[in-house]
Design a protein around this ligand. Structure first.
Ligand code: PLP
Length: 687
């Protein structure tokens, strides 16, 4: 925990020690209800009033309202409800009112979701319309000029949470005014608090929600500014707290803490200056450039908060970057929502017109306003360390690193498609099966980084390998003639399979890859050890284009079927007829791990994280328990060995968070290895 470098300040921040102390004081000493008229209540009310007055001065609230609530999501609901109730009243009175609910295309999801929700509930029947942004993420003022006259409400943010891009609020205000629009205007100020100076009453902003936890106050506390005279409807009714504007006894501990943070902001003696923050970002960016060749920054630094960097690295996915940074105890976030098999692009970067690979592979690095010089220095060292780990793991090409070559079968997946590499370390040769276009950078990095010679690039159905061949350059044994699937027209070996059919084969190390009959329009391949001029079914370890071969007698019960599509992350399938064992007791609790290992001295702890995560690891979460490294991408190779180990020693899979270990254990059970387990919650909890 203490060794972590937290660079995810736009998601949340730690509570400032003085703020935490104020919260404790309110919970232990000044615990009164600010609505009580006795002394204990009055002492609590003084805390509440003090925090509000400080916020009002700091934000320039003037004659407007400032109410405490649970956070920005609630503030957004209150603002939208207030505006739409007003719209509905005007509609029912037959007054002219806009028909659009206009919101910036890069708004936090809370905004369009709240607009859609209340529009539906209140029956206002307005049309939700996204206001486009330009390549820098700034609102398109020409589009605003056109749309604003028809808008009933306009929602724009002060600074974006993914990119830190600072909106041109003065330009937006001037455009709304010039268009003659009577729309109500909400500005989501969550990421701006403490980072941009705000003088709200001097603007035409009607509603401004804020959130405490983005600026070193606790979660669950926020504020809403409402301009004097702007329509207002309480979201929550009850005991009349917050002058009847937001009922429910106030969250006093959090308000006291927020009050301390706001007071520190007002004094100006606690947080680094803008110049310091710019310096910190420049150092981080330099470290990223040095560590990750080709890194591209997705946010324009000169138009963004100095606390946010959004970047992508060619050929490396956001999942892989997240994993390597996490292993180095550097907490960052994926700019995009990603699942195991498919990375969803970031809608913010998409709206900016950023290319898909960058939008799907984006990482956000953001620091809280309390960051210090030592943290940035350590962060830079760790970034360089992560770059070295990615190079050593073959994710970034480094032809001078002479990484240790691998042996056996390597599985590469992208968006549910599978590519396979057959590797032979001794001869430094490789055969690539089904290289998906998105894997070109990865395959090139592995081949060049380990100095393999690629004997063949083959596909299970027709494919264009020209871009990969070009990228591999001299590492590819150019075949003058290949068939439509990349298989060399002339192969040295002819082998007979167990169905009596003679086939072509390519030798790689002590194994052969044989081309077998696939289904219609497809090719199948078998990998195993030949015996003279035969490839007996009992020797076939792996089969590609599995469906066509599942029923054939050219494979045996030991053959693992390697898919070309693996949308459900099953890794591989067994021969039909294998009895899968149920998953009921598959999960092993961290607390039960030591007892399990004691009771099963032959059990093997298998860490399925990738080599670059090992290389980047700062603190080994598994404590001093020795774990064997079998990356998930190598699991199929190892499964084929474990399944034929008669001892059937229990296998306990571990990974960072418990997802990959679960897939590994499920795969082994499906293949008929009954004592396979997954450590719940992963290494993060096992420390
Ligand atoms: N708006 C923006 C720009 C945000 O970054 C967030 C938080 O991620 C929210 C709204 C929601 O804030 P809260 O967590 O206080 O509900």
């Amino acid at each position: 925990m203490n060794n972590e470098i937290y660079l995810d300040g736009n998601a949340t921040t730690c509570v400032m020690p003085a703020a935490a102390a104020a919260a404790l004081d309110v919970m232990g000493q000044r615990y009164g209800n600010p609505s009580s008229s006795h002394g204990t209540g009055l002492r609590a009310k003084a805390v509440l009033d003090g925090a509000r007055q400080c916020a009002m001065r700091l934000l320039g609230v003037g004659a407007g309202r400032l109410l405490f609530n649970s956070g920005a999501t609630e503030g957004i609901q209150t603002a939208v409800l207030s505006a739409l109730i007003n719209v509905r009243e005007r509609q029912s009175r037959g007054e002219p009112v806009g028909t659009l609910l206009l919101y910036g295309a890069t708004e936090h999801k809370a905004v369009p979701e709240a607009l859609a929700h209340w529009n539906r509930l209140l029956g206002t029947s307005l049309t939700l319309t996204a206001l486009p942004v330009d390549g820098d993420g700034l609102h398109d003022l020409a589009a605003l000029r056109e749309l604003a006259p028809d808008a009933a409400m306009i929602c724009t943010m002060a600074a974006n949470n993914e990119t830190g891009v600072i909106s041109n609020l003065a330009g937006i205000a001037a455009t709304i005014t010039a268009s003659g629009s009577g729309a109500l205007w909400m500005v989501d100020c969550v990421q701006a608090l403490g980072k941009l100076s705000l003088d709200l009453a001097a603007t035409r902003i009607d509603y401004a929600p804020f959130s405490g936890h983005k600026l070193h106050a606790p979660k669950g506390i926020g504020m809403l500014y409402v301009r004097a005279g702007a329509p207002f409807t309480p979201l929550i009714m009850g005991g009349g707290q917050e002058a009847g504007q937001r009922s429910g006894t106030e969250n006093m501990a959090a308000i006291a803490a927020l009050g301390v943070v706001l007071a520190a902001l007002e004094r100006g003696d606690t947080f680094p200056s803008h110049a310091q923050l710019h310096g910190y970002r420049a150092r981080l960016a330099d470290a990223l450039r040095a560590a990750l060749p080709g890194v591209v920054f997705n946010n324009p630094f000169d138009k963004a908060l100095p606390t946010t960097i959004n970047f992508s690295v060619p050929g490396v996915s956001s999942r892989e970057l997240m994993d390597v940074f996490d292993a180095a105890q550097v907490r960052v976030s994926a700019g995009s929502a990603c699942s195991a098999s498919k990375a969803a692009p970031s809608y913010v970067l998409d709206a900016m017109g950023v290319p898909l690979w960058r939008s799907a592979g984006a990482i956000r690095m953001s620091f809280g306003a309390l960051v210090d010089d030592a943290t940035i220095a350590t962060a830079c060292e760790r970034i360089v360390h992560c770059g070295a780990a990615l190079r050593a793991g073959g994710l970034i090409v480094d032809e001078h690193a002479a990484a240790e070559p691998d042996d056996g079968l390597l599985q590469l997946g992208v968006d549910g498609e599978c590519g396979w590499l057959v590797l032979d370390a001794a001869s430094r040769s490789a055969i690539v099966i089904d290289p998906q276009p998105d894997l070109t950078a990865r395959i090139t990095a592995i081949v060049r980084g380990h100095n393999y010679r690629v004997l063949a690039l083959v596909a299970t159905s027709g494919a264009d390998h020209a871009p990969l061949i070009k990228a591999l350059g001299a590492h590819y044994d150019d075949q003058a003639l290949t068939d439509g699937c990349g298989w060399p027209a002339i192969t040295a070996h002819r082998l007979t399979l167990d169905d009596g059919v003679e086939v072509n084969a390519i030798a790689i190390g002590s194994q052969v890859l044989a081309q077998a009959a696939g289904g219609e329009g497809t090719r199948a391949y078998l990998l195993g050890a030949a015996e003279g001029a035969r490839l007996p079914a009992a020797n076939v370890r792996f089969a590609f284009a599995a469906q066509a071969l599942a029923q054939s007698n050219v494979t045996g019960p030991q053959t693992l079927l390697c898919p070309t599509r693996d949308a459900r992350n099953q890794l591989c399938a067994g021969h039909t007829g294998v009895v899968a064992t149920p998953d009921a007791d598959l999960q092993l609790d961290c607390g039960a791990l030591d007892a399990f290992l004691l009771a099963h001295p032959d059990a093997v702890l298998v860490d399925v994280r990738e080599p670059y995560e090992f290389a980047a690891t700062i603190d080994q979460g598994a404590g001093d328990r020795a774990a064997r490294s079998v990356p998930l991408s190598r699991l199929v190779e190892h499964a084929s060995v474990w399944l034929h180990d008669d001892s059937r020693a229990p296998l306990v899979f571990v990974c960072r968070s418990g997802n990959r270990s679960m897939k590994a254990a499920q795969c082994l059970r499906r293949l008929g290895h009954p004592s396979s387990y997954s450590l719940t919650g992963g290494l993060a909890l096992a420390a």
